[in-house]
Design a protein around this ligand. Structure first.
Ligand code: NAD
Length: 310
C-alpha cells in the first residue's frame, strides 16, 4: 500500500474520466478521494454507477462486500470546489476539453489552493500543458496526467511535462499512477501529445468517410445502421473492416462514441489550429460538427454513431 504518496486527492469533474480516476484511486491506491463537480446530477450519477460496478464485482467474487463498502467509503462526493481543494495535496482536473472552462478553473484553483506544494494535474486530451501551467499561480506544479478511457481498465497514463514543470512533480505523478496500477510513459508537450495525435485523426477520418459517402443518422432509432438501401457505408461496416482487417478490438466509430464526440471535436480543433498540418490536414469532419450540434455525443448521451447505449 503506497498511501503516503498523497494525503488528499481531489478529482475535479465527475464525468466518465473523473469518475474512473476517483474510483481507481480509491480502489487500487486505497486513498481518500474527493470527487467534485459543479453539477450535482453528475455527482449522483457517478455515486450510483460506482455502487453498481462494485456490487457487480462482489457478485463475481473479485471483492468482498466489506471491501466494496470501504472503497465507496473512501470517496467523498462534493459540489463545493473551494472547500474541497483548500487542503488538497494533489488535484486532477477532468472537466470538459475547453480552454476557456479550464482557464476559469485554473484561476479558481489559484485563488483557493492553500498548500504551496499541491500538484495540479490535468487530464486534458490535447490542450498545451505549458499554456495551462501559465494560468496557475505556481506553474512548476502543473503537469499533464492523461488517463485513458475506461480508466479502471486501461494500462497507460501519458505524462506530459510543461516547460515549467519541475522534475519532482513528474516523480510524484509516476508514484501516484504506479499506486493506481498504471504504467506511465512521458510524452512531449506537442498538440494532442502522442496518443491523440495518432488516434484522433484516425477517428476523424472514419467520420469523414461516412460524410463523403452520404451517410447521415436517420431517425428510425437505429442510428442509420440498418438503412441499407441509402448507405453503402455505415458505422458498422467501417468498424467491422477495421476490426477484422487490423485486429483492433473496437472499430473507430464505436470508439469515437466512447471517447465522446464533443471531446473528439475539441481535440481536432486543437490540432487544426496548431499550425502542424497544412491544407486542412487536421480539419474536423463536418459530420462530426453536425453530430455535436445535434447533441448526439456518443455513449454519454445515449446516442452517437450508434444508439444502443442504455
Ligand atoms: P465529461 O463530459 O464526461 O465530464 C466532464 C464533467 O465535468 C461533467 O460532469 C461536468 O459537469 C463537469 N464540469 C464542467 N465544468 C466544471 C467545473 N468548472 N468544475 C467542476 N466540474 C465541472 O468529460 P470526460 O470525457 O470525462 O472528459 C474530461 C476530460 O478528460 C477532458 O479534458 C477530456 O479531453 C479528457 N479525456 C477524455 C477521454 C475520453 O475518452 N472521454 C480520455 C482521456 C482524457
Amino acid at each position: 500500500m503506497q498511501t503516503a504518496v498523497v494525503n488528499k486527492l481531489v478529482v475535479i469533474g465527475a464525468g466518465q474520466m473523473g469518475g474512473g480516476i476517483a474510483l481507481t484511486a480509491a480502489r487500487m491506491a486505497n486513498m481518500p478521494v474527493s470527487l467534485v463537480d459543479s453539477n450535482a446530477g453528475s455527482i449522483e450519477k457517478q455515486r450510483s454507477l460506482f455502487k453498481q460496478l462494485l456490487s457487480k464485482d462482489v457478485k463475481r467474487e473479485k471483492i468482498t462486500i466489506q471491501q466494496a463498502d470501504e472503497i465507496i467509503g473512501r470517496i467523498r462526493f462534493e459540489t463545493n470546489l473551494a472547500a474541497s481543494v483548500e487542503d488538497a495535496d494533489f488535484v486532477i482536473e477532468a472537466i470538459p476539453e475547453d480552454l476557456d472552462l479550464k482557464a476559469d478553473l485554473f484561476k479558481k484553483l489559484s485563488d483557493n489552493l492553500k498548500n504551496a506544494d499541491c500538484i495540479v494535474a490535468t487530464n486534458t486530451s490535447s490542450i498545451s500543458i505549458t499554456k495551462l501551467a501559465s494560468l496557475y499561480k505556481r506553474p512548476m506544479n502543473v503537469v499533464g496526467m492523461h488517463f485513458m478511457n475506461p480508466v479502471p481498465v486501461m494500462q497507460l497514463v501519458e505524462v506530459i511535462k510543461a516547460m515549467q514543470t519541475s522534475d519532482g512533480v513528474v516523480d510524484k505523478v509516476m508514484q501516484l499512477a504506479g499506486a493506481m496500477g498504471k504504467t506511465c510513459i512521458v510524452a512531449p508537450d506537442t498538440p494532442a501529445f502522442t496518443a491523440n495525435r495518432l488516434l484522433a485523426p484516425y477517428l476523424n477520418e472514419a467520420v469523414q468517410l461516412l460524410f463523403e459517402n452520404g451517410w447521415r443518422p436517420d431517425n428510425h432509432g437505429d442510428g442509420g445502421n440498418n438503412n441499407k438501401h441509402t448507405h453503402a457505408i455505415t458505422p458498422d461496416s467501417i468498424d467491422q473492416i477495421m476490426k477484422l482487417g487490423s485486429n483492433v478490438p473496437m472499430g473507430p466509430l464505436r470508439l469515437a462514441d466512447f471517447v465522446g464526440l464533443d471531446t473528439l471535436l475539441s481535440i481536432m480543433k486543437v490540432l487544426d489550429k496548431s499550425g502542424l498540418g497544412s491544407g486542412g490536414k487536421y480539419a474536423p469532419s463536418p459530420l462530426l460538427s453536425l453530430m455535436v450540434d445535434a447533441g448526439w455525443l456518443g455513449k454519454k448521451t445515449g446516442r452517437g454513431f450508434y444508439n444502443d447505449y442504455q
